[in-house]
Design a protein around this ligand. Sequence first.
Ligand code: B4P
Length: 182
Amino acid sequence: MKERLLFLGPPGAGKGTQAELICSQFELLHLSTGDLLRAEVAAQTLLGQEAAELMNKGELVGDDLVLAIVENKLKSQAGGWLLDGFPRNVNQAEALTPMLEDLMQPIEAVLLLEVSDSVLIERLLSRGREDDNEDVIRHRLEVYRNQTAPLIDHYRKKDLLVSVEAHGTIPDISKRIMSALV
Ligand code: B4P
């Protein structure tokens, strides 16, 4: 079983949902940059105030901020981990590689969750988070296509990419992910 993982996919693909299930079953650290940023927003820190403005517009939060949060968490981690929603662009991916080399913890697999736009929009509208209204969702999809989707090729070239069809029920998708990880 691979235990240093990265989940890639558009907003609403179910990265957070599936990451929670996989991490509790295999005792991996679940590192969701979205959750960590929302915790900063809830605590009304300076960083959180800056992040909230960008998140509510569907923009990415600044790379330096996100990289510092991730490095801090990974430094103190001895076992496996799952990076959920990070990296989000090529710059973050290029910064992650030397960070993991220093920690001697290379990525073992990158899971790409593939879902059609119509299903994504439907899922996010029914979730109803503050950044889940239709205009913001459409903008997040555009940001995904422009900034995050280039990571598919980036990790395919490194021979780490595994695609999983993420339509259907949550347990069915989990089974597909688990068989992709053995
Ligand atoms: P994230 O928190 O990463 O969230 P997401 O991409 O919107 O959702 P995810 O794919 O995890 O879907 P989920 O499981 O929740 O990002 C939010 C924002 O944070 C970004 O826009 C950005 O501003 C900022 N951010 C985060 N990381 C960053 C980074 N590295 N750099 C810069 N900025 C960053 O599922 C969605 C819904 O679908 C849920 O309601 C779920 O219950 C439902 N669902 C899931 N699977 C389903 C299924 N199979 N069937 C039916 N419903 C399902």
